[in-house]
Design a protein around this ligand. Structure first.
Ligand SMILES: [Zn+2]
Length: 227
């Protein structure tokens, strides 16, 4: 008896990624509940379209006690653009490859050497998220801060700042670093500013004044972007 040949038609449906605005938050065990809740609250008020992009590209938020405990390799190292101090005195970092936005509850006060609580986790979260946003809102992962339009805006602001007194230039030097660094920091801090405050106390007072062109750029390309 001949077996009937069955022609099997295999249909493959492409796996569609479900659009979600849920950016995972990983809280380390030694973080206080109050701090973890505060970070979550701050994340909740980030505009939805930004969270959709971050979730789509698998970004996550890590909430840890201290950066140098979570990443011991940072211990004793000086963050990019800092004139003094080490990562022990920082409470935020961003890792592009791992797609991690990290906020730490505690840091060493550079002046008093005491262990301080980070009282404004939202400011840290927004700044580090700004680095991620710089990447995901750029086309094919060319960061927005490397685009021609951004450089035009940034250079206008930089030119203006360089016409001011030296003390002002020094105050803003973190955002005027050479290469991509200054541009990336100006982008991230402007993003944070626009959403309610950045990591740098100085910038909250004067960013809109000194980085007005960058501000307009970030607002147009990210906050007002209709995705
Ligand atoms: Zn930064």
């Amino acid at each position: 008896m001949k077996t009937k040949q069955v022609c099997q038609v295999i249909t493959t449906t492409p796996k569609l990624k479900v659009k979600t605005n849920s950016v995972p938050v990983l809280v380390r065990k030694n973080v206080s509940n109050v701090f973890a809740e505060k970070v979550q609250e701050e994340l909740n008020i980030i505009p939805e379209h930004i969270k959709y992009e971050l979730a789509y590209y698998n970004y996550k938020i890590v909430v840890c006690r201290m950066l140098v405990e979570e990443y011991p390799e940072l211990k004793g190292e000086k963050p990019r653009g800092w004139s003094s101090g080490t990562w022990s005195s920082a409470s935020g970092i961003y890792f592009q490859e791992e797609r991690e936005i990290i906020v730490a509850e505690k840091f060493i006060n550079y002046y008093t050497r005491g262990l301080n609580n980070q009282k404004k986790p939202g400011c840290i979260l927004r700044h580090e998220m700004g680095h991620a946003v710089d990447k995901v809102f750029g086309k094919l992962f060319t960061p927005l801060s490397e685009t021609r339009a951004f450089k035009l805006a940034y250079n206008k602001d930089k030119e203006y700042i360089e016409s001011l007194q030296l003390s002002k230039q020094k105050q803003l030097s973190y955002y005027l670093q050479d290469g991509n660094s200054g541009k990336e920091e100006a982008f991230a801090e402007t993003f944070a500013n626009l959403l309610g405050g950045g990591a740098d106390v100085i910038s909250n007072d004067c960013f809109s004044k000194y980085f007005s062109n960058v501000r307009e750029f970030v607002n147009d390309k990210v906050l007002a972007a209709n995705l």
